[in-house]
Design a protein around this ligand. Structure first.
Ligand code: KIV
Ligand code: ZN
Length: 385
């Protein structure tokens, strides 16, 4: 099985989510949890963007020892110098340079010709290489770039010293087969491509960030970038917990491993949600409140007989303590009895029948019956003579 590197950008791209503004302490807490989670690289921020970000990146670089800490920089000398100042205390510092390569970005945003973009990228990668051993270069908006131009610029920046080439789907525009094709094309058309690691970075505007990341891996990418809970610009980035669990659960199809400690998934997700204020929706894959909840009677019965009937991910795998049978109007006797047992209350068969009827009446006007409701019902039937 080949090893896929996980590059977490919760603290940089994730923090670019509208309304999210983490202070240094909060960033440090998340960084420590990311280290426990086992990500290979964490992008701590963009030091040239503000004094606060510089300080936070520096604090993280000085604290985190087991994960490579990286920082974002534009292809300008002052950004690279500032990033070095923030990162030089890190155990494994690396830099992430980016420059757009799509006609739309080069024409309207950069107002540069493709040749100028090529020269700037090459010059700044060599400059960064004087300080950093690991230099990642990203072709911003790669998925809307001309493939031949992309192949040429990649060859040149690898010659200049880039060790990682990242091909972002910056605006979440691509589809899995198209994105996969781009990686395949680079593998086949860039002569020195094997001297660098290929990385994918997907945004979720069309809801395909995770699928696109997996397609990239199938076509030669060995680094996946994303964020916890999929937070990030606009509709967010690829959700790392979804990518990691997909690779694990479908190892028959994806022969790759990651260094993630999946049992830390839920804790990491909860921490990021709490500190960013970006709470995950109930039906979010892997970490949502309902991810292991079964409401219909048939599903509940199946899960109680054998969890694999309706569960492809075990709660234990991702650090969720117990599975959560939600009791509602579709629930049957079997699930009800089990829940009562889980609450630690002993009732006779006769009283259980009465309690079940009371529960059914309650579900007529209450969608979800809580543990507190059940306690009340059970206490009432217990005291009934
Ligand atoms: O989405 C993107 O293109 C980025 C780059 C800075 C890598 O986040
Ligand atoms: Zn991005």
């Amino acid at each position: 099985m080949s090893r896929i590197r996980i590059f977490d950008t919760t603290l940089r791209d994730g923090e670019q989510s509208p309304g999210v503004n983490l202070n240094q302490l909060e960033k440090l807490e998340i960084a420590k949890q990311l280290e426990r989670f086992g990500v290979d690289r964490m992008e701590a921020g963009f030091p040239a963007s503000s004094k606060g970000d510089f300080q936070a990146v520096k604090a993280i670089a000085d604290t985190i020892k087991n994960t490579s800490v990286t920082a974002l920089a534009r292809t300008v000398k002052s950004d690279i110098d500032t990033a070095w100042e923030a990162l030089k205390g890190a155990e494994h510092p690396s830099i992430h340079l980016f420059l757009a390569t799509s006609p739309i970005h080069m024409t309207y945003k950069l107002k540069k010709t493709p040749e100028q973009v090529m020269n700037t990228a090459v010059e700044m990668v060599s400059y960064a290489k004087e300080k950093f051993h690991e230099v990642q270069w990203s072709a911003e908006d790669a998925s809307r770039s001309d493939l031949d131009f992309l192949a040429q610029i990649i060859e040149r920046v690898i010659d200049a010293g880039a060790t990682v080439i990242n091909l972002p789907d910056t605006v979440g525009y691509t589809t899995p087969s198209e994105y996969g094709q781009m990686f395949k094309y680079m593998k086949e058309n860039v002569p020195n491509i094997d001297q660098a690691r290929l990385s994918c970075h997907c945004h979720n505007d069309l809801g395909m960030a995770v699928a696109n990341s997996l397609a990239a891996v199938e076509n030669g990418a060995t680094q996946i970038e994303g964020t916890i809970n999929g937070i990030g610009e606009r509709a967010g980035n690829a959700s790392l917990e979804e990518v990691a669990v997909a690779l694990k659960v479908r190892a028959d199809f994806y022969p790759y491993t990651t260094g993630l400690k999946l049992t830390e998934t839920k804790r990491t997700s909860d921490l990021v949600a709490k500190l960013t204020g970006m709470y995950v929706q109930a039906n979010k894959a892997v970490v949502g409140r309902n991810a292991f909840a079964h409401e219909s009677g048939i599903h509940q019965d199946g899960v109680l007989k054998h969890a694999s009937t309706y569960e492809i991910i075990t709660p234990e795998m991702v650090g969720v303590k117990t599975n959560n049978l939600v009791l509602g109007k579709h629930s049957g006797r079997h699930a009800f009895k089990d829940k009562v047992k889980e609450l630690g209350i002993e009732v006779s068969e006769e009283k259980l029948k009465v309690a079940f009827e009371a529960f059914k009446q309650l579900t007529d006007h209450k969608k979800e019956v809580t543990d507190d409701d059940l306690f009340t019902i059970l206490m009432e039937v217990q005291t009934d003579t």
